[in-house]
Ligand binder design. Sequence first.
Ligand code: CTP
Length: 317
Amino acid sequence: ISMVMNRIWAFRENSAEKTFLYKKLLQEKHTFNKTNIDLFRKDIGADLGRNFSKVFIVDQQNSPLGTKLRYNLKSSKKKYFTVTEDFHKRIPKRSKFGNVRRCSVIGNSGIILGSNCGKEIDEADFVFRCNAAPIPPFTADAGKKSNLTSFNPSIFTNRYNHLKKEENFTQFLEDMRVYNGYIWGACFSTSGYIKECLRTLQNYNITENVFVIGHPDHFRNHMIFWEKRGLSKRPSTGFYFTNMAIYHCDEVHLYGFWPFPHMVDSTIKKPPYHYFDDMKFDFEIKNRDVHIMDMEFSILVQLHLLGIIKMHIGECD
Ligand code: CTP
């Protein structure tokens, strides 16, 4: 596998040849390989420690009063957040991520449009979604089930005017009603959004789901795990959730992962960067400044070929 991947890797980052070869590889017959899944889990487990599944979410047990939670980004103005009494009483008593049979992880690429994969996605026992991607009107292609939905606090800025006005907060709550399970706030990436996160924690009065906060150590350990294996930039949420899913789900199915400007052999020649908005696809910036999605994708394809995950890039039956 690594020889084939190295040859593909040699193509220009955003070349159509590269995406064509990826597509060919992903079209080959696929079966899940329990031995490889166990090996991968052992590898992550060895690096991340035995408490791995207990520190995914900030809770009263892993973050007692006075705990210093470290912000993950170097650009963060403050280094730590100290757990206060008010914060402590609003986080879950205990959180543990158990084992699940089948999981779907939904990336936000426009490749999912027209796929008709919604039904198949929802057949999973657990569905991971990224960055509060809207549910309607995309259910036919992207499904509607949600068990864990990430919420990058920059969304407070982009969609809810920094929560400056009461009506912004009301709108935010209204929009969140569409999700079930957990809304997983990446609140400890930088100190810049902690105010909005705390306000949310204090006033999250909807019943459809629970707002929880991602534990920064969990993400950081993950980042280090992949740094050691050559991924020099912060993992993207979709890549992070895929790792999480491999660890906890017997079968991991990925949809909507395609960080490329080319879609060979398809009616959608240039898939939009997101399936739900008109965000411009700046491949260079995405891959150099924030994440290395190009490299992440190459890792995901390898995991697919090893039978550890199954990637879906075409239409569903
Ligand atoms: N993704 C992808 N191809 C795209 C867009 C997104 O594979 N064209 C995957 C990435 O793994 C990404 C996830 O889908 O993390 C969610 O997409 P998006 O909301 O665009 O993520 P980012 O804005 O990059 O933010 P984050 O830092 O949360 O990953």
